[in-house]
Design a protein around this ligand. Structure first.
Ligand SMILES: Nc1nc2c(c(=O)[nH]1)N[C@H]1C(S)=C(S)[C@@H](COP(=O)(O)O)O[C@H]1N2
Ligand SMILES: [Mo]
Length: 257
C-alpha cells in the first residue's frame, strides 16, 4: 500500500477508535477497570500504528488554498497571569524555553534564538477530539536538532512540555497544562516548535509565543505557551501520572492519527 493510502486508512481507523473510546470517556474512566481498558486500547493503537506507519512517515501537507481564514482556538485562549501579561506586553522578547532534565547540556532559548534556527513551514490539518478540524500553516524550529543539542542521556525516554497556563480557575491551585511525547514523535520531521501561524506571529489564543506542533497526534498533544522542555525517563510519578493534563482526566496518552 502506498504510504498516503495507508495513512488515510489508519486515520479513519484510529479516529473511529479514539472517538469510540472518548465518547464514553467520562463514564468509563471513573472505574479502575475502565481506565485499564482505555490504557489497553491506547497501547494497542500505539503498537499497531508504529508497526504500520514507521518512524518517519509524514502526514499529508496541504496547499495555501486549503488554509482556513481563521484558525480556530480551543482550550486556554489566554493564560492571563501577571507574568504572562508582562511577557505579552513586551512582545515576548524575554520569553525563554528551558531545555533540561535528563540531558548532558541544559540550555535556554529565547524567541530570537528560536527564530534564528533552521525553520520548517507546513500546512497541516489539526484534529481536535471534540470533533472539529482546521487547516493552518505553521512555521517553527524542528525539535530534533534542539534535542540533539541538549544531548539526551541514555535513560531519557519522553519529552515533557511545560506550559504557562493554569487549567484551574483557582489561582492558588496550580494545574499547569503539560504534555509528553516519546522520542520517536518528538524527533519526527514534522514536529516543530511553532512561532508563526499563517505567516504571522502566533496569536495569543493559539499559544503565543511558541507552541508544539506534533502533526501525527490529536490536538491536545500540541502544547501551547511552551516555556520548558524536560527529558524524563518516565512520567509515572509526574502530576497525575498519565503524561499530560488531559491524559490525567482520562484521555489516552497515545493520540496518534
Ligand atoms: N497550554 C495549552 N495547550 C493546549 C491546550 C490548552 O488548553 N493549553 N488545549 C489543547 C487542545 S484540546 C487543542 S485542540 C489545541 C488547540 O489549539 P488552538 O487553540 O490553536 O486551536 O491545543 C492544545 N494545547
Ligand atoms: Mo482538542
Amino acid at each position: 500500500m502506498a504510504d498516503t493510502n495507508r495513512r488515510k486508512l489508519l486515520t479513519r481507523l484510529t479516529i473511529g477508535a479514539s472517538a469510540a473510546f472518548l465518547a464514553g470517556c467520562d463514564k468509563i474512566s471513573q472505574s479502575a477497570a475502565g481506565s485499564d481498558f482505555l490504557k489497553k486500547g491506547s497501547d494497542l493503537a500505539y503498537k499497531v500504528q508504529r508497526l504500520l506507519a514507521g518512524r518517519n512517515a509524514l502526514v499529508p501537507e496541504f496547499s495555501v488554498a486549503d488554509i482556513a481564514p481563521v484558525f480556530r482556538a480551543n482550550g486556554t485562549l489566554n493564560p492571563g497571569t501577571a507574568d504572562y501579561n508582562a511577557h505579552a506586553t513586551n512582545d515576548f522578547r524575554d520569553w525563554r524555553i528551558k531545555v533540561g532534565g535528563l540531558v548532558e547540556h541544559p540550555f535556554e532559548v529565547s524567541m530570537a534564538d528560536l527564530r534564528a534556527m533552521p525553520a520548517r513551514t507546513q500546512i497541516t490539518r489539526h484534529d481536535c477530539v471534540e470533533g472539529w478540524s482546521c487547516i493552518g500553516q505553521w512555521t517553527g524550529a524542528p525539535l530534533r536538532p534542539i534535542l540533539a543539542r541538549a544531548k539526551p542521556k541514555e535513560n531519557a525516554r519522553y519529552v515533557l512540555f511545560h506550559c504557562a497556563d493554569n487549567m484551574s480557575s483557582d489561582a492558588n491551585d496550580q494545574q499547569l497544562y503539560y504534555e509528553t511525547l516519546d522520542l520517536v514523535e518528538a524527533t519526527h520531521p514534522q514536529t516543530i516548535l511553532a512561532y508563526d501561524l499563517n505567516g504571522k506571529p502566533l496569536p495569543i489564543a493559539n499559544g503565543a509565543p511558541v507552541r508544539l506542533r506534533a502533526e501525527r497526534q490529536l490536538g491536545y498533544k500540541m502544547a501551547k505557551y511552551v516555556n520548558g522542555i524536560e527529558l524524563v525517563e518516565s512520567f509515572a510519578n509526574i502530576r497525575g501520572g498519565n503524561g499530560g493534563y488531559w491524559e490525567d482526566q482520562g484521555y489516552t496518552w497515545w493520540a496518534g492519527i
